[in-house]
Design a protein around this ligand. Sequence first.
Ligand code: GUN
Ligand code: ZN
Length: 431
Amino acid sequence: MQAYRASLLHFHADPAFSDDAHHWHEDGLLLVDDGHVVAAGDYATLHATLAPGTPLHDYSGKLITPGFIDTHVHYPQTDMIASPAPGLLPWLETYTFPTERQFADPAHAARTAEFFLDELLRCGTTTAMVYCTVHAASVDALFAAAGQRQLRMVAGKVLMDRHCPEWLRDTAETGARDSEALIRRWHKNGRALYAITPRFAPTSTEDQLRLAGELATAWPDTFVQSHVSENADECRWARALFPQARSYLDVYERCGLLRPRAVYGHCIWLDDTDRARMAATGAAAAVCPTSNLFLGSGLFDFALADRAGMRVALATDVGGGTSFSMLQTMNEAYKVARLTGSYLPALRMFYLATLGAARAMGLEGTIGAFAPGAEADFIVLDPQATPLLQRRTSHCASLEELLFALALLGDDRAVAATYAAGNRVHVRDAA
Ligand code: GUN
Ligand code: ZN
């Protein structure tokens, strides 16, 4: 057993729909044994229950929360973050496809996977839904590196059989066959979980999407991930390629790709029927504000999503996104909400980056909160990480103000330590 003393914050409900959604222990204690949470509560109460000699890690003055969950990120795009282009489609052609080509080399994939995971951990992200490339070995590299760090990661091979360079193409059949082999190799292997990953409707034939949907039905506890309704040009293209579908989202539904554990990046240009279908099928939206602002894609409407009862979570979408930090992602999400007439309290944003994401992924009880028995993925946030944070957080009148300052001013510097499965996997001030 290990004990961690700090302020503790975690959630049992969505603050947008409940006034009693979070647990807050100003002087708290988190008890961890064998990689799992034993208890989270007040220091005064829990400390008395500890066996003599239980190691106590004192993070007093800091804040422990569940590790952040990034529900949409491309590890192969790490090296092309911050590459300028006038919109999504030219950005894909100019930077993304040539960058992803390098993952034909397994050694390059292995090196990039190591850097990517270390960067996630520096930012306090302990679980992510990750796009690999079309190459099966890019998935092996990511899961091998995640396994060494005992991380709960969801990832999959990109499926792409048209409208991309010939050197990045699979076929409907080889894509499905390779995906199934990867599912058998990796799904539930340690903490790894597999996501069937058609890149987006424009780069797949209907045959490929259908086979992906059949795989998703045959393996119902796998994940599905794709992009939808991100950019106006992309939406026009998808509609022209699939004229028989009611909408861009409907292309996926017709192929059996809307279901629980299906997570769709962006979802900006959905209509009310689409939102109702997302809610009814249990699919979730991964909202990527730094990417949407960077590529000029549009503004996600949180109020419309909430009204429809959609599952929503936050995501970086690196390399379209401009930061690996979920704190910086909250910062931009807040501003996007303001521009669409919504308001995102900091408490809601921390929910969306932890329990809300776990719920969107069907992983409540496993990650995202400190329920007894949950996996012990947690982070230590430092409200005094920078001179400015220190100055601002020295006079917060409420928890909301403290969290808001961390979200707006924080980044990797605010993450003092990161733990996965009870092991410390990052420490900021390592000598
Ligand atoms: N749509 C299809 N592929 C991509 C990608 O790699 N990034 C983003 N942001 N959108 C996409
Ligand atoms: Zn993406």
